[in-house]
Design a protein around this ligand. Structure first.
Ligand code: SAM
Length: 275
């Protein structure tokens, strides 16, 4: 096996969701860097894998990176896993990867389970998506973060823990346009997997109706905002930039020339943006 840091995705629930290449790579690795050694041992024991383990978590990523670079410099092969899913996606790993790259070693991803992508694949929401990960735990910061995401013309993808899901869904429903939909994806790939698609304003009542609906691990997807009459996100961006420098009329005329959109629609939107 070549000398490299292999980033290996592992199951998010169903232990069958591990790729052949992940197993081969973990089997061949001299050292496996993992978030929690006991958790990793359970997965590795199941497959009879006996590599050395090295803990990499939020509090020791820099020191762990140096240790892994030392192993790579000695010609060893190293794999990185997290407790579940794809390392470095709402999980430790990014700092290790950056340090290993800076040190001049190859980093190779082995794609596999990821909760956000699994939810998106079963949601039936079309178009681009924006992965926002975990929202802040504190109420004020969470609401500010949601407000900052309002204008993004894409599906929003969030991770959430069971003890915060009600509060987060209530804030999403209160702060985002009521025409948007939400997909609540719970316990993906596990026994009690549940995926529902609802109008966003109905989501708090749906969660409140049954305590089982608030159990487990969650991905929340909020569909893209409805398009504004005739004005897409790019046109709005151009109009906003022009309005920062010019009065409404010339800004509208220029925006219309650049985008080819109706001057009347842009003029109405410009007045709204100017408040
Ligand atoms: N690295 C992981 C990935 O690739 O998806 C994410 C790790 S993050 C610490 C854990 C969060 O991912 C959970 O709180 C939950 O929001 C989401 N998650 C993980 N497994 C899940 C599952 N089986 N069903 C739904 N959400 C899940």
């Amino acid at each position: 096996m070549k000398t490299a840091l292999f980033i290996v995705a592992t199951p998010i629930g169903n232990l069958g969701d591990i790729t052949l290449r992940a197993l081969e790579t973990l089997r061949a690795a001299d050292t496996i860097a993992c978030e929690d050694t006991r958790h990793a041992r359970r997965l590795l024991d199941r497959h009879g894998i006996r590599a050395d383990l090295c803990a990499v978590h939020a509090h020791n990523e820099q020191a762990a990176a140096e240790r892994l670079i030392g192993l790579l410099a000695a010609g060893k092969s190293v794999a990185l896993i997290s407790d579940a899913g794809t390392p470095a996606v709402s999980d430790p790993g990014a700092r290790v990867v950056a340090a290993v790259r800076r040190a001049g070693f190859a980093v190779t991803p082995l794609p596999g389970p990821n909760a956000a992508i699994a939810a998106l694949s079963a949601a039936g929401l079309d178009g681009p998506f924006y992965f926002a990960g975990f929202l802040p735990a504190k109420v004020g910061a969470r609401r500010t973060a949601i407000d900052a995401l309002k204008g993004i013309a894409a599906t929003l993808a969030f991770y959430e823990a069971p003890h915060r899901v009600e509060a987060t869904v209530a804030d999403l429903a209160a702060r985002l346009e009521p025409a948007r939909e939400i997909v609540i994806a719970r316990e993906l790939t596990k026994l009690f997997e549940e995926i529902v698609r609802l109008p966003l304003p109905d989501a708090p009542a749906w969660l409140a109706a049954d305590e089982n609906r608030r159990r487990g691990e969650f991905v929340l997807l909020v569909s893209a905002p409805p398009p504004r009459e005739g004005i897409d996100a790019e046109a709005e961006r151009i109009l906003t930039l022009l309005l920062a420098e010019l009065p409404v009329k010339p800004a509208t005329t220029l925006a219309s020339e650049i985008t080819g959109l109706s001057k009347n629609d842009l003029y109405r939107r410009a007045l709204a943006l100017k408040g």
